[in-house]
Design a protein around this ligand. Structure first.
Ligand code: MTE
Ligand code: MO
Length: 546
């Protein structure tokens, strides 16, 4: 063994007895060789590394899933809200535009000091430091819960971060105490000293490297979020038609007719949410065009914009699934941009590319046929959330997202299906992806108790760009009964339906079927989502109790 590992020397009984296990010398200096030289310092370091690793893990997970989940952002936001205006003014005066960075650095220093204290407490008395960490975890959770974007996932992440911090703290302090108690013991495997130092160094490296990554990512996301909060949405030249008064079926427990942004399903291949700065964003129209066009975000906002409710769906939505949502989108019709570029004869596809390299192939025909295919900048009255494609995405009525709904879009290449392939095509999915007419039963919810009497069924049906004509329900494969169909917002959105049925005690199999306004019934054959969308009847089981 190298000389840097004195713990490998012959065990000395005297050395082991010179100090009771787990107790630091008053000066913090070990008086014998083998044991830690500076137990409180080592314990403080263990505390910092434990809390640091957990916090970095929380930030990285937030980076992967959604910036709105970041526990550090939540705590920082709560601090900003809590400090008196005078202090805020002082901070802005002292740090200028770096006030947020200063706050983060300050928070990190306070956290590091508390973490060091937790390490020392835990070392002195088992669970004392863990308790302190737990208390600060609870304060953090409270901060998360008071935020406007508070969500169950954000709370879960905050709790997870705190639990990981406590576990790591216990783990590192135990390692430290093993070294302390049995400094010279030739343990099976690595000596205790090395085990402690390895764990400490591993955690420190993770904290530093992960912290750097999270910091870089955060910086980019902060620029994008900041820019997003400053976007002034123009008044639409063509506003969304008012939602008809009777568009809602009014059945308790149904999904809202317009899906709130925070509940909107999210699907993409992006490992971290792309942070695109609208100040540098440009959209290029390239390929088989008479004239290449470039558009800045300011150019786009200056166009006469159209606002429409449009339901979008994922090809991976299973029958009865929830990968579908309806929002009010504001954007510039893609056909107008294409008209500026003038596609050449022979072109039949637009390959849209995103800032992260993802691509979708949309039939040129669909983008030019007059439907409200939009270069969208807003969703339900807000600039696009980062997760949903800020600053600009495509929304195309009637097509599954994988062939049309490019988020963080940066280029439209006019081309031919024969010459270009989009991201999902070589991965087993169909080149074309019109949304299949389908319907869903939302109420009664699965597992809900249903009492005999009039049972109210409710749900949605969609046939984008054609519209729903009828929705029918059948029980135990009996005759189809027509449901009450609410007025649709437009043919490009889902429709709600309801039907009250008199039911006695027993078990029922309930199925729903939709027919579009052209008289085409939905495909009843059960087929998987691959290669171009699932078909089949949504079927639920209902137990009616007396
Ligand atoms: N850049 C990019 N855009 C994308 C995707 C993607 O992976 N990357 N996925 C598409 C798919 S498969 C769907 S269903 C929709 C989902 O949009 P949403 O996350 O806003 O609901 O985005 C589309 N746009
Ligand atoms: Mo999708």
């Amino acid at each position: 063994m190298s000389s840097s590992e004195p713990g490998q020397a012959t065990p000395s009984a005297q050395a082991r007895q010179s100090r009771p296990p787990g107790q630091a010398t008053p000066s913090g200096q070990a008086t014998h060789d083998g044991g830690p030289r500076h137990p409180p310092r080592a314990a403080a370091a263990a505390g910092v590394v434990a809390v640091g690793s957990a916090a970095v893990l929380g930030e990285l997970l937030a980076g992967f899933f959604s910036p709105s989940l970041s526990p550090v952002t939540a705590v920082g936001g709560a601090v900003i809200d809590a400090v008196p205006p005078g202090v805020k003014d002082w901070a802005v005066a002292a740090f200028g535009t770096a006030d947020k960075a200063a706050l983060l650095v300050g928070m990190c220093l306070v956290m590091a000091a508390l973490a060091a204290l937790a390490g020392i407490l835990e070392y002195r008395k088992r669970f004392a430091g863990a308790a302190l960490t737990g208390i600060f975890g609870t304060v953090g959770l409270a901060a998360v819960l008071t935020r406007a974007q508070a969500s169950a996932n954000a709370a879960v992440l905050a709790v997870l971060t705190a639990v990981v911090a406590v576990l790591l703290l216990r783990f590192l302090i135990r390692r430290l105490q093993e070294w302390e108690t049995h400094p010279l013991e030739p343990a099976p495997g690595a000596p205790p000293r090395r085990r402690f130092l390895q764990a400490l160094a591993g955690g420190a490296v993770f904290t530093a490297a992960g912290g750097l990554l999270a910091g870089l990512w955060r910086g980019a996301a902060a620029v994008a979020s900041e820019a997003r909060s400053r976007v002034k949405l123009p008044v639409p030249a063509s506003p969304a038609p008012a939602i008809p008064g009777d568009a809602e079926a009014g059945v308790e427990g149904m999904q809202p007719l317009v899906t709130p942004n925070k509940d909107f399903y999210r699907i993409d291949t992006a490992l971290t949410v792309p942070a695109v700065d609208p100040a540098t964003w440009v959209l290029k129209v390239t390929g088989l065009v008479e004239r290449e066009v470039e558009l800045t975000f300011a150019d786009l906002l200056a166009k006469p914009l159209t606002e429409r409710h449009i339901t979008i769906a994922c090809v991976s939505n299973t029958v009865g699934g929830d990968l579908i949502g309806n929002a009010r989108w504001l954007g510039w019709p893609v056909r107008e941009l294409l008209a500026l570029a003038r596609p050449r004869a022979g072109a039949d596809m637009v390959l849209s590319k995103s800032a992260d390299g993802w691509t979708a192939g949309t039939p040129l025909e669909v983008l030019s046929d007059g439907r409200d295919a939009l270069l969208a900048v807003a969703m339900n009255g807000e600039p696009l959330p980062l997760e949903h494609g800020f600053p600009v995405r495509l929304v195309v009525p009637g097509l599954y997202g994988y062939v049309s709904a490019t988020k963080w879009v940066t280029e439209l290449k006019v081309t031919r299906f024969a010459d270009d392939v989009a991201y999902w095509t070589p991965r087993g999915w169909s080149e074309r992806g019109p949304i299949k007419t389908s319907s869903r039963i939302d109420v009664p919810r699965p597992g809900r108790q249903v009492k005999a009497g009039t049972v109210m069924f409710g749900g949605v049906a969609w046939a984008q760009h054609t519209g729903i004509g009828t929705v029918e329900l059948r029980l135990n494969r009996g005759p189809w009964r027509q449901a009450d169909l609410a007025q649709g917002i437009s043919v490009d959105t889902w429709y709600q339906w309801r039907l009250g049925v008199e039911l006695t005690e027993g078990q029922y199999e309930v199925q729903v079927r939709a027919t579009d306004l052209a008289g085409r019934a939905q495909d009843e054959r059960s087929r998987p989502v691959v290669p171009d969308g699932a078909t089949g009847l949504h079927t639920i089981r209902v137990d009616v109790t007396p």
